[in-house]
Every structure is written in C-alpha cells, then in structure tokens.
Design a protein around this ligand. Structure first.
Ligand SMILES: [Zn+2]
Length: 105
C-alpha cells in the first residue's frame, strides 16, 4: 500500500511518515502482530467515520511517534488504523507496553 501521496486530512501523522511505518512492516510477523493488537485494542478502536467500516476491517500499522516527541517525553508507540476506501487515518491506539519498551531504549 502506498499512502505517501494521499492528500486527505492528516489526523495523527503526516502521510509520508505513515508510509515509512508501512515500509517497515515485516510481512513474516505482520498478521500475528495485528491479531494481537486487535485482541488488545479493537474493543476501544473507532470505526471509520465516513463509511462505518469496523476496526478489524481497517488496515493496522504500528507507528512510533517522531524522535522529537521522545525528547520532550511525549513519545508513544501505537497502532494507527487506516480506512483504505476513504483514505482516512481513523484512530491511533497507544500501546502502553510498547511505549514503555521504546522509552527504555
Ligand atoms: Zn471509510
């Protein structure tokens, strides 16, 4: 999926930044990682506001917030959900465990 040229409104992260996260997806572990993420977060994830597509039908990608957010202690790691049909960033679900792990690095 190439989102780098999508020009729909940015809800959480600029599209080229989202593309970087997508490019880092490891196909070997992606399905298992997303299954786990959905198990943890799908119950509080929003559906697409435009087409009502449910969270588990959206595209999930793990995103680590930009370096400057970590310097100001506002960094977080979470799962961005994307509606491919509407080209929208629907929700960003912060994963506390991954955030704590990243903060220790
Ligand atoms: Zn949608």
């Amino acid at each position: 999926m190439d989102v780098s040229r999508w020009n729909t409104p940015v809800m959480f992260f600029p599209w080229p930044y989202v593309q970087e996260a997508i490019d880092q997806i490891d196909a070997q572990v992606y399905r298992a990682a997303v299954d786990l993420a959905q198990e943890l977060h799908a119950n509080r994830a929003r559906s697409c506001s435009d087409c009502s597509r449910v969270p588990t039908d959206l595209f999930w990608v793990c995103v680590t917030s930009p370096n400057e957010t970590w310097r100001s202690k506002e960094g977080c790691v979470g799962f961005l959900t994307i509606c491919e049909k509407c080209r929208l960033q629907v929700d960003f679900l912060i994963d506390q465990e991954l955030t704590d792990l990243h903060a220790q690095d």
